[in-house]
Design a protein around this ligand. Structure first.
Ligand SMILES: [Zn+2]
Length: 120
């Protein structure tokens, strides 16, 4: 276990990861939505079961989009902190975030201690 700060190469790699992830989310959110061709027929027939399952799918899609939006915002903030040279500092306590945690979740805002406090 090392608490060494990230070096230039690691920071560059994390920035690439952040940019790639942002690109993925943006591509997914602007991509065409998978609408089944039979949808028109189903809604006209008004089958209750089909409608229920259809609603569930929409609900799941919305939930995914909300999560993506949150990650997207966190990525933007992380990229901003990278530009400012303050990347890897916990938003809540100001301590450096462990390198291993940043590598696992490059857009994280808080250190593991604060994260655990949040979810407790
Ligand atoms: Zn903290």
């Amino acid at each position: 276990m090392t608490d060494k700060p990230l070096d230039e190469a690691q920071l560059a790699a994390l920035k690439e990861t952040l940019l790639r992830k942002r690109g993925e989310i943006l591509a997914a959110s602007t991509g065409t939505r998978p609408i089944p061709a039979s949808m028109d027929v189903n809604s006209r027939q008004g089958d209750m079961a089909d409608q229920a399952s259809g609603n569930n799918e929409v609900h799941i899609q919305l939930k995914l989009k909300q999560t993506d939006a949150k990650i997207l915002q966190a990525i933007e903030e992380a990229l901003f902190r990278l530009e400012k040279g303050i990347y890897g500092v916990c938003r809540d306590c100001g301590d450096p975030i462990a390198a291993a945690r940043l590598i696992a979740i490059p857009w994280t805002r808080v250190c593991i201690t604060c994260k655990q406090k949040q979810s407790a």
